[in-house]
Design a protein around this ligand. Structure first.
Ligand code: AMP
Length: 295
């Protein structure tokens, strides 16, 4: 596996794969890799001839609280996890490499980027969609692999692809969870042991909503109430937002009888903010592949 830090080198790698007729599967990440990321990489390996993983945090430029550069040790750890899967190339640029000082072209998916996560993280998605487009233009991947865990990001990127007639295909992978239901996240390591013990309440609450939906409940307010009640059973949990929306425009829904619904939640444990979601929909809303529609 080659580790690349320069966009010019990545471009020549991509050109080489194109000459060899090797379609690229691309997995964008912010590093600190865990099993969730690796499930995307394994699927990329299965579906594509060349696999490129990127480690880049576009947020660094826009939300100073989260500003950090990856340490060489983190990168070495990420590389050790990717090598056995057979990744061809790990792209780990500095912020300045991807967004040089004179960078001035931004992509914003209007109406989607200021909802849900966008309320707590202003400008976050502008950085994300711009970084994705820059990387798509350099790599020209056939597939991009993304997790349902970040449902809003997936929906935004799909919308950008449709609006701009990009040819990359999004493959959405299910959220991978620890045995107690907590979704794998690079933020989980920031939880204290007590918080880590409390955090599975998030999926317990979401799963309860799934079961209520399966039993015929179609009222968003009743599902919301039940989720809030369950989360409140953990005194250390503080809800940032809970929203039940459609899965394309992210507009709030009342009656869930007519379309797929996305239940999104962000919960604080101390200073650590965790997100999770589930998709509710009956068989009428499934795509040909059997998956519920997202974006
Ligand atoms: P991140 O490094 O957090 O930006 O995540 C990179 C990609 O991995 C995104 O497409 C995420 O949705 C996906 N991802 C993160 N956590 C999980 C998880 N627990 N299961 C599946 N995919 C995940």
């Amino acid at each position: 596996m080659e580790i690349i830090t320069r966009t010019a080198r990545l471009q020549s790698m991509a050109a080489k794969f194109a000459v060899e007729s090797k379609p690229i599967g691309f997995v964008p990440t912010m590093g600190a890799l865990h099993e969730g990321h690796l499930s995307l990489v394994r699927e990329a390996r299965r579906m594509s001839d060349a696999v490129v993983v990127s480690v880049f945090t576009s947020s660094a430029q826009f939300t100073p609280r989260e500003d950090y550069e990856r340490s060489p040790r983190d990168l070495a750890r990420d590389a050790d996890l990717l090598t056995p899967i057979g990744v061809d190339c790990l792209f780990a640029p500095s912020t300045d490499e991807l967004f040089p000082k004179n960078f001035s072209t931004w992509i914003e998916v209007a109406e989607l980027s200021d909802k849900l996560e966008g309320i707590s993280r202003p400008n976050h998605f502008r950085g994300v969609t711009t970084a994705f487009l820059v990387l798509f233009n350099i790599l020209k991947p056939k597939f991009v692999f993304m997790g349902q865990k970040d449902a809003q990001q997936t929906i935004l990127v799909k919308k950008m692809i449709r609006d701009l007639h990009l040819s990359v295909e999004v493959v959405v992978m299910p959220t991978l969870r620890d045995a107690d239901g907590l979704a794998y996240s690079s933020r989980n390591v920031a939880l204290t042991p007590e918080e880590r013990g409390a955090a599975p309440v998030i999926y317990r609450a979401l799963h309860m909503a799934e079961e209520m939906f399966a039993d015929g409940e179609r009222s968003a307010s009743k599902l919301s109430k039940a989720i809030r009640r369950e989360i409140a059973s953990e005194p250390s949990a503080r809800i940032d937002y809970l929203a039940i929306t459609d899965s394309e425009r992210l507009e709030p829904l009342d009656d869930l009888s007519h379309q797929t619904a996305l239940v999104s939640i962000a919960v604080y444990f101390g200073n650590t903010r965790l997100i999770d979601n589930v998709v509710l929909g009956d068989d009428r809303f499934r795509s040909k592949t059997g998956r519920l529609k997202l974006g």
